[in-house]
Design a protein around this ligand. Structure first.
Ligand code: NAI
Length: 463
């Protein structure tokens, strides 16, 4: 039957399309249903275009300081419109890449909005598709406003990352609500393009899920670059006019007003669970609104699985992709390596970059663990001095008795790349001692990992 497959995946983002590829690799006839472009938020309006813009931001900042390096570029002019268009081309290329992968693996792509039906079926328009093995829900998430304080996204003065990524011209001043990954990355981008940026965070510190020392280091760097950062702040009132927004903010016992041409909402995302047909199929949600899944990522309805953002935090592309692989392998009768959710690395690609894995020092303290923190600053690292990227550090939290890597935190250039040494180590249960045993090439930023490991053992060499 033309509309019958082994596996039907609803949603073609990094969770869904990867699931389909792995299923196809294992000989399962697979289909992906996607209403927009393949690649989802990540490829089209998330991870990929923001990384292109962050690189433009990096170049702008690097050129402003290039005289010190013996390179004069004259007066540096920036044009967000040009950077934005380049970021669109990058996103487009990646989406085309996913299309190619679907063809390569003979995966059927159905364009349209799918609704689940009982009996492992999905309706798209007038067509009904049937899965022999399973339907995998990978419908992802979307940006959300905060209606309670009058900040509903209107796409002009109250915007989300969706609009920020498509802007031709930038506002003179921008207020950003939320200092999670989205807020911090856009603050970096817009500051580099000359926008007066104010970041407002409700919790006591920016990047509140990161180690406190990481938050502090990035906060200092941002303030130095002229980004106003207000943490522990409550927006008590928002006055949205035609061409500006005024926010009444309370922080540290003081009241102040922040006026900007636009407000960027970066206060978290809402999952796409509405109008999918979940209830009709007996698929339940958790108290927090995610799809309830068991350890195999199967929902409360047998034969329906959920992966990616809809299946719960962390809402990260790489977590979703791994869930996609695991579900495909389960459906093919394999026993995949279980996902250890505390081994999912977290990266914010602002400058300096922030990356982490495992527990923060605050969590180690809360749990009353017997640990030691080893730390090495990039200011003492030769490679970092060479490139002038001396901000930040590597910090490793080592269990005193067993040498376990309880957590690792990196702030600095290429933190997003360096963290994987510790991700491999933690996944394979290497001790801090074993990480240090590996010979680290000189001069590299990665030497700071070995030095932080040594510091936790009381044997640091270069400080
Ligand atoms: P988030 O949940 O990471 O951060 C939102 C921040 O907004 C939090 O710090 C929260 O305390 C704050 N907030 C909430 N309400 C507020 C209010 N009324 N006033 C002031 N602050 C308020 O959400 P974000 O940054 O929007 O990202 C959404 C998801 O996408 C996250 O799961 C994030 O990890 C993921 N993402 C990951 C990226 C990466 O890996 N580099 C990049 C962008 C997003």
């Amino acid at each position: 039957m033309a509309n019958s497959f082994d596996v039907i995946v609803l949603g073609g983002g990094p969770a869904g399309y990867v699931c389909a590829i792995r299923a196809a690799q294992l000989g399962l006839a697979s289909a992906v249903i996607e209403q927009e472009k393949l690649g989802g938020v990540c490829v089209n309006i998330g991870c990929i275009p923001t990384k292109a813009l962050l690189y433009s931001a990096f170049l702008a900042n690097a050129l402003k300081e290039s005289k010190d390096f013996g390179v004069e570029a004259g007066s540096v002019k920036t044009d967000y419109g040009v950077a934005m268009k380049r970021s669109r081309r990058v996103a487009e290329q990646n989406s085309k890449g996913v299309e190619f992968l679907m063809k390569k693996h003979k995966i059927t792509v159905v364009k349209g909005t799918g609704t689940l039906q009982p009996g492992k079926k999905v309706k798209v328009g007038n067509d009904v598709y049937e899965a022999k093995k399973a339907v995998v829900i990978a419908t992802g998430s979307r940006v959300k406003g905060i209606a309670q304080i009058g900040l509903e996204i209107n796409k002009t003065t109250v915007i989300s990352s969706d609009e920020a990524l498509l802007m031709e011209r930038i506002p003179e001043a921008l207020a950003i609500i939320g200092a999670g990954a989205v807020g911090m990355e856009f603050a970096d981008i817009f500051n580099a393009f000359g926008v007066k940026v104010t970041v407002i965070e409700a919790l006591p510190r920016i990047l509140p899920l990161e180690d406190a020392e990481s938050s502090d280091a990035v906060g200092k760097s941002y303030r130095k670059r002229g980004i106003e950062v207000i943490a522990g702040a409550k927006v008590t009132k928002a006055t949205v006019a035609k061409d500006k927004v005024t926010l009444d903010v309370e922080a540290g016992g003081e009241k102040k007003q922040v006026t900007a041409a636009a407000v960027l909402m970066a206060a978290g995302r809402a999952v796409n669970t509405e109008n999918v047909g979940l209830k009709e199929c007996g698929i339940q949600l958790t108290d927090r609104g995610f799809i309830k899944v068991d350890k195999n990522l199967q929902t409360t309805a047998p034969g329906y699985y959920a992966i990616g953002d809809v299946a719960g935090p962390p809402m990260l592309a790489h977590k979703g992709s791994r869930e996609g692989v695991v579900v495909a392998e389960i459906l093919a009768g394999q026993k995949p390596h279980p996902i250890k959710y505390d081994n999912v690395p977290s990266v914010t690609y602002c400058h300096p970059e922030v990356a982490s894995i495992g527990m923060t020092e605050e969590q180690c303290k809360e749990k009353k663990l017997d640990y030691v923190a080893g730390k090495f600053p990039f200011s003492a690292n030769g490679r970092a001095r060479g490139t002038g990227e001396t901000e930040g550090f590597v910090k490793i939290l080592r269990d005193k008795k067993y040498g376990e890597i309880l957590g690792a935190h990196i702030v600095g250039a290429h933190a997003s790349e360096i963290i994987h040494e510790l991700a491999v180590a933690r996944e394979n249960e290497y001790t801090v001692e074993e990480v240090e045993l590996a010979i680290h090439a000189h001069p590299t930023m990665s030497e700071a990992v070995a030095e932080a490991a040594l510091d936790s053992l009381g044997r640091v060499i270069h400080i």
